[in-house]
Design a protein around this ligand. Structure first.
Ligand code: UDP
Length: 310
């Protein structure tokens, strides 16, 4: 199958390219390299089934493919807030461009939405039926509302033209090929611990998150891709839940680091709690994440040790 992956050089995209190439697919990897990295896809450059297309998803395109997986959008808080209007364009213009290409070719689109569509949730854990608690005027809204609009646009293509859609709501994910300066908590804490600098806990560290290892997320995306007559949206992630302070202590112990924990201001509108309800993913896709947090963190720590040469 010839698969167009937008955002294919990013953290999730490049891990997905690897899996899909391994299964014999042809990959067209589209990226504007804003947060995607050439290093992430360097290992595929001699594979005749792999092709890179430098293109910005907010500009229209016409590309022959059998299936599209849309991942194109800066996804970490500091990066998506750098240029909020561009983030909104990537989400809204981007999904229009993806859906037009798919409608013309009569092919399916799998889109990675986000747990951020739930905003700062008052229901915990979050099932897909929870409609969220999102502030449209927040500094996070360019991403949250952009992703919500993208889901709406997809469902309107589905209802208007019958275009086949599959929507995954991706919760916090970590693993090899994250950017060192990504700004997410997992990469920040590991890099800080390995460099021996202070671990920066935002707020009092009592907010919680659940973390999913990348191979489990890729499993979920593959199950959704291969599913029939299921639009989602469906949550993908892991249910291991930590307060950020507990998580900092775990990273310190797994890296044997002498770094200290320091407290910094909590970013505005930072959600207090987040954990996926995976009932639907289990029922419809047989999704069952396997990698426990210690195993996943050890693999990620090894990756960053090599990258940072420490
Ligand atoms: N966070 C932190 N220190 C950091 C980076 C993030 O304490 O160096 C916190 C952040 O405030 C949030 C949680 O960790 O409560 C997860 O942040 P991340 O940016 O990884 O993902 P989010 O779930 O906010 O999209």
């Amino acid at each position: 199958m010839k698969i167009l992956i937008t955002g294919g050089a990013g953290f999730i995209g490049s891990n997905l390219c690897e899996r899909l190439l391994g299964e014999g697919n042809e990959i067209l990897c589209m990226d504007n390299f804003f947060t995607g990295s050439k290093e992430n896809i360097a290992e595929f450059k001699d594979n005749s089934n792999f092709e890179t297309i430098r293109h910005d998803i907010s500009e229209s395109f016409n590309i022959e493919a059998d299936f599209i997986i849309n991942l194109a959008c800066p996804a970490s808080v500091p990066f998506y807030q750098k240029d909020p209007l561009k983030t909104m364009k990537d989400n809204v213009f981007g999904i229009f461009n993806v859906m037009e290409n798919a409608r013309r070719l009569r092919i399916s689109v799998l889109h990675t939405s986000t747990s951020e569509v739930y905003g700062s949730p008052s229901v915990h854990p979050q099932p897909e039926t929870y409609n969220g608690n999102v502030n449209p005027a927040s500094i996070r809204s360019c991403y949250d509302e952009g992703k919500r609009a993208a889901e709406t646009i997809m469902f309107d293509y589905y209802r208007t033209y019958g275009t086949d859609i599959k929507i995954a709501r991706v919760f916090n994910t970590y693993g090899p090929k994250m950017l060192e300066n990504d700004g997410r908590v997992v990469s920040n804490f590991i890099v800080q611990a390995l460099k021996g600098t202070d671990l920066t806990v935002y707020g009092d560290g009592k907010q919680n998150r659940s973390f999913c290892y990348i191979s489990d997320l890729v499993d979920g995306i593959m199950l959704l891709k291969n599913s029939k007559k299921f639009t989602g949206p469906v949550n993908l992630g892991n249910t291991y839940e930590f307060t950020i302070i507990e998580f900092a202590k775990l990273v310190l112990s797994l890296t044997n680091s002498k770094s200290k924990i320091v407290f910094k201001d909590l970013p505005k509108d930072d959600p207090v709690q987040r954990r996926p309800d995976l009932t639907l993913a289990k029922e419809k896709l047989g999704y069952n994440p396997k990698i426990d947090i210690e195993t996943g963190l050890k693999l990620t720590i090894e990756y960053f040790k090599k990258k940072l040469r420490v």
